[in-house]
Design a protein around this ligand. Structure first.
Ligand code: PBG
Length: 327
């Protein structure tokens, strides 16, 4: 019997590690990663975030130590979140010259000019009510918030931020931030827009880390409904028209179909945000000995690339950089 004729031999290309490596279609690189960090006020602080083992809130005086490690691992982009002691209705801490993100940016650019600083432009870590904009009549006021977001972006650029990443999901935020940056002479600073950001339960641990849980209501009037796909394309389309330079899809793991949609539809670099809850689930399972953490993390990050992500914002950046160097 000659069964050879009746079916395809796919296993030929999987016969050895070298053969598999030869035909591998997608690759993870340390250069793909953007590593998020949380900065608190005070001195000598390194508080582990309880729901995110391995992630710390650190104070500014410990930043250089952290940078040294990041730099030597080959990571060249970081995202900074500030966790201030004092908050107010307007989120003033987001846009003052002495704000935490502004201070951290100056330190990073001085110590390691090659590390790109991606500034998260939002108000929720700085507002007393924990929403991403200013409140009028129990809801976030879109246009009032835009003014403060533009001010925040400009102050971050003045401090030396290389990329502005607005995450607040107000309508028109890319247009207004682009205009404000241009007006201040920052034509050369790109906007990495959170083009597609769902109202997701996967952000829970981040809100512990950033102390940014809304004090009333939720974020569903500005972040997107997880049930929607066409809405994601509308959101991304308007950000492209308004001048975005990168498009973020967030969260990543449960939204890889959207990453693919955005990749196919637009020609800008696509960034997947592998969010806090996705990190914590893996860590919890690993701590229980239920999964092989290294293999699983490299698999899921590779899956994001396969889905079309060019870059990945991930709390696993340091671990993954180490694992990739071992290979
Ligand atoms: C909002 C913001 C959020 C995250 C980063 N910036 C989400 C939110 O609280 O609505 C979440 C990131 C994560 O979960 O890792 N400024």
């Amino acid at each position: 019997m000659n069964i050879n004729q009746e079916f395809k031999r796919h296993r030929r290309l999987r016969s050895s590690a070298s053969m598999r490596s030869l035909v591998r279609e997608n690759h993870l690189r340390t250069e793909d990663f953007i590593y998020p960090i949380f900065i608190v006020e005070g001195k000598s602080k390194k508080n582990q975030v309880p729901s995110m083992p391995g992630v710390y809130q650190i104070s500014l005086d410990l930043l250089e130590e952290e940078l040294e490690e990041i730099y030597h691992l080959g990571i060249r982009a970081m995202m900074i979140f500030g966790v201030p002691d004092e908050k107010d209705e307007q989120g003033t801490g987001a846009f003052i010259e002495s704000g935490i993100v502004q201070e951290a940016t100056r330190i990073i650019k001085k110590a390691y000019p090659e590390i790109l600083v991606v500034a998260d432009t939002c108000l929720c870590e700085y507002t007393s009510h924990g929403h991403c904009g200013v409140i009028h009549n129990h809801d976030v006021d879109n246009d009032e918030s835009l003014k403060l977001l533009a001010q925040t972006a400009v102050s971050q650029a003045k401090a030396g931020a290389d990329i502005i990443a607005p995450s607040n999901m107000m309508d028109g935020f890319v247009a207004v931030i682009r205009a404000a940056l241009d007006e201040e002479g920052f034509h050369h600073i790109p906007i990495m827009s959170y083009a597609v950001k769902y109202a997701s339960s996967f952000y829970g641990p981040f809100r512990d880390a950033a102390d940014s849980t809304p004090q009333f209501g939720d974020r569903k009037t500005y972040q997107m409904d997880p049930a929607n796909r066409l809405e994601a394309l509308r959101e991304a389309e308007s950000d492209v028209e308004e001048g975005a330079d990168f498009l973020i899809v967030k969260p990543a793991m449960s939204y890889l179909d959207i990453v693919r949609d955005v990749r196919d539809r637009f020609n800008l670099p696509v960034v997947a945000y592998n969010v806090s809850g996705e990190y914590s689930m893996v860590k919890a399972a690993a701590q229980n000995g239920w999964i092989n953490e290294k293999e699983l993390v490299l698999e899921k990050l590779t899956a994001m690339k396969r889905a079309g992500a060019d870059l990945i914002i991930t709390y696993f950046a340091k671990d993954a950089a180490k694992w990739l160097a071992e290979k």
